[in-house]
Design a protein around this ligand. Structure first.
Ligand code: MSP
Length: 511
C-alpha cells in the first residue's frame, strides 16, 4: 500500500511565496523519510487554477485565464525543481482528466441525493473564495487574511447537503488522530457543534471553471473542484485516468498538509463530500501555522513578502530548509528573522555539525594515516553509542508523529553531545603520549561514527548536506542496506580512507 501525502493545491494568482515553499518542504521531507523507511510514497502537489480570483487576476493582466494559468503553473514546476522537491504527481485543475473526475464525483454525490438548487445570499471573500459568517459591519469589514472588503452575493446556486453528515463528521473529528495539532481540533469541534449548514457548490457568475453537467450556466465552486485534485492526481499519468482508477491505486490520502486557514474545508467539507460519494476518508489533516516576517504578517499590501527565490540564490536551499524545518514548531506560527536565520545556520550547521566533522576528520587523517582509525582494541567506552541509539529512537518517534522540528533538534543535540564528548576526552592531549594511542583511536572512531549517524539522520531533512558529510567520510552510505539498517552503530570501516576535509556549508554574513 502506498503512503499518500499532499500539499495544498496552490492558487495561481501569483508565483510561490515563502508559505507555499514551507508546506512543500515539509511534505518533501516527510516523503523522503517515508521512502528511506521503505514505504512506497505518492507525494502529491499542484495548482488550483479555477475560480473568480484567478479569473480576475487574468483579466487584470489582460490575458485569457488559460494562458495565465499555464504561465504561473510553469513557474511552480520550475520552482519545485529548483528546491529539489521530490513530488510524484503535480495536479493542474484545468486539465481534462481532472475535469472528468470532478464530473464523475459529482454524479456520485447527486445519486446520494445530496445536491439541490437554492439561493445563496451572503458576504464573500474572493481572496479566500469563501462565504464569511456575516460579520458585523459586513460592508466595511476586511478579511483579516487578505485585507480586502467582502462582496455581497445573491444568486441561484446548487447546494450540497452538508447538514446530513453532522453526526458522521462529529464522530470523525472526535477521533483525536484525525486533526493535528490538537489545538487546531478545538476550533473545528466548536465550528461543527454549532450545526453544519449546507453549502453552495456552483456559481453562475464565474466562467473560468468546470461546467456543471445538465445546467445552463453553472460552473463548479472552486473548492468543490480543487479538493478533487487530490484524487485525480493519483491516476493522472495512467492510461485512461478515472475516479475508479484513483480509488484503486492509492486513495485515501494518509495525510493532507495545509495551513490553518483552510482547515474547515479539509476537515469538514471534504470528508462529508467523500462520504456522500461513498469514498474512504483521508486519515489525517495537519494544519500548520502561518509564517510571519520580523513579527509582521507577510503580505503584498505590507510590502514585506519574502521572495523564496532570493533566499534560495543568496543562502542556498539547505540553509532555508534547515531554518524552516528545524526552527519553526510545526503547527505553530513562526517568524522569519534575518539575524536569527544567520545565527542558526552558522551555529547549527557550520559550527556544531560542520566543525565537528572537519576537525575530527583532520585529526584522524593526521594521526592515522589519512584514514579512519583501526579500532581493533576497542575500549569499553560506549558513551556515544548510547547517545546515538537514544537519538535515533526519539528521532524516529518524532518523524512518525510528524514532529519534524523535534526530529531535527534531536540530530542537532546528538551533534552537540558528540562535540562535548570530544572536548571532554581531549584526544589532542592524549596523543602526545604513545601509550594512549588505543584510547585516541577509540575516541576518534566513536566521534566519526556518530557523525556518520548524524549525516544519515539528516538525509530526509538536508539531502545535499547529508551527501557532503557522506563524501567526507569516504562515501559510506550503502545502497545495499536499508537506511534503517545503516543506522546501526559500528558500520564505519576501520582503516578506510578519509578524503581531505572542506567546509560542508559556508558561514553566512549579516546583511
Ligand atoms: N487553493 C487553495 C487550496 C486548495 S487545496 C485543495 C488555497 N491556496 S493558497 O495558495 O491560497 O494557499 C495555499 C496554502 O498556503 C494554504 O495552506 C495556506 O494556509 C498557506 N499559506 C498562505 N500564506 C501563508 C503563510 N504566510 N505562511 C504559511 N502558510 C501560508 O488556499
Amino acid at each position: 500500500m502506498s503512503f499518500v501525502i499532499t500539499t495544498p493545491l496552490y492558487y495561481v494568482n501569483d508565483k510561490p511565496h515563502l508559505g507555499s515553499i514551507y508546506t512543500t518542504l515539509i511534505c518533501d521531507s516527510i516523503s523522503r523519510y517515508k521512502r528511506l523507511s521503505g514505504d512506497d510514497v505518492i507525494f502529491i502537489t499542484g495548482v488550483d487554477e479555477h475560480g473568480l480570483k484567478i479569473q480576475r487576476t487574468a483579466f487584470d493582466k489582460g490575458v485569457d485565464p488559460q494562458t495565465h494559468c499555464d504561465e504561473i503553473s510553469n513557474i511552480f514546476i520550475q520552482n519545485w525543481k529548483d528546491w529539489d522537491i521530490t513530488y510524484n504527481k503535480f495536479v493542474r485543475t484545468s486539465s481534462k482528466n481532472h475535469e472528468s473526475i470532478v464530473n464523475d464525483f459529482y454524479n456520485r454525490v447527486k445519486k446520494s441525493d445530496d445536491i439541490y438548487m437554492g439561493v445563496q445570499k451572503g458576504w464573500y471573500c474572493v481572496g479566500c473564495e469563501e462565504f464569511k459568517d456575516n460579520p458585523d459591519n459586513s460592508s466595511t469589514y476586511k478579511c483579516p487574511i487578505h485585507q480586502k472588503n467582502l462582496e455581497w452575493k445573491n444568486e441561484e446556486n446548487l447546494f450540497f447537503r452538508l447538514s446530513k453528515y453532522q453526526l458522521q463528521i462529529e464522530n470523525l473529528i472526535n477521533d483525536p488522530s484525525f486533526i493535528q495539532p490538537k489545538e487546531r481540533r478545538n476550533e473545528i469541534l466548536n465550528f461543527v457543534s454549532k450545526g453544519l449548514k449546507d453549502f453552495s457548490i456552483s456559481r453562475t457568475n464565474v466562467s473560468w471553471g468546470i461546467n456543471v453537467p445538465d445546467t445552463q450556466n453553472h460552473t463548479f465552486y472552486v473548492w468543490f473542484d480543487a479538493l478533487l485534485g487530490y484524487v485525480s492526481a493519483i491516476s493522472s499519468q495512467m492510461h485512461d485516468p478515472s475516479l475508479e482508477k484513483s480509488i484503486d491505486n492509492g486513495w485515501p490520502a494518509d495525510i493532507h498538509f495545509i495551513g490553518k486557514d483552510i482547515l474547515r474545508f479539509h476537515a469538514v467539507y471534504w470528508p462529508a463530500m467523500l462520504l456522500s460519494a461513498g469514498m474512504n476518508l483521508p486519515k489525517k489533516v495537519f494544519g500548520h501555522g502561518f509564517l510571519t516576517r520580523e513579527g509582521q504578517k507577510m503580505g503584498k499590501s505590507l510590502g514585506n513578502v519574502l521572495d523564496p527565490n532570493i533566499l534560495l540564490s543568496k543562502y542556498g536551499k539547505e540553509a532555508v530548509r534547515w531554518y524552516l524545518l528545524k526552527d519553526i514548531t510545526l503547527g505553530s506560527d513562526g517568524d522569519f528573522q534575518n539575524k536569527r536565520f544567520v545565527d542558526i545556520i552558522n551555529n547549527d550547521l557550520a559550527n556544531t555539525i560542520g566543525n565537528l566533522l572537519n576537525r575530527t576528520s583532520s585529526m584522524s587523517r593526521k594521526w592515522f594515516n589519512n584514514s579512519v582509525p583501526n579500532n581493533d582494541n576497542l575500549s569499553n567506552d560506549n558513551t556515544l553509542e548510547i547517545y546515538a541509539k537514544e537519538a535515533i529512537n526519539s528521532y524516529l518517534k518524532h518523524f512518525n508523529s510528524y514532529e519534524i522540528d523535534l526530529a531535527a533538534n534531536i540530530v542537532l543535540k546528538l551533534a552537540t553531545n558528540t562535540n562535548l564528548y570530544l572536548n571532554e576526552k581531549e584526544p589532542w592531549k592524549l596523543i602526545k603520549e604513545e601509550k594512549n594511542i588505543c584510547l585516541v583511536s577509540n575516541v576518534i572512531y566513536n566521534v566519526l561514527e556518530s557523525t556518520r549517524i548524524i549525516g544519515l539522520l539528516l538525509l530526509p531533512l538536508l539531502p545535499d548536506l547529508s551527501s557532503k558529510i557522506n563524501v567526507q567520510l569516504g562515501s559510506l552510505y550503502n545502497d545495499n542496506l536499508s537506511w534503517n539498517e545503516q543506522l546501526n552503530w559500528g558500520q564505519l570501516k576501520h582503516n578506510s580512507f578519509l578524503p581531505s576535509p572542506s567546509p560542508i556549508i559556508e558561514k553566512l554574513e549579516y546583511e
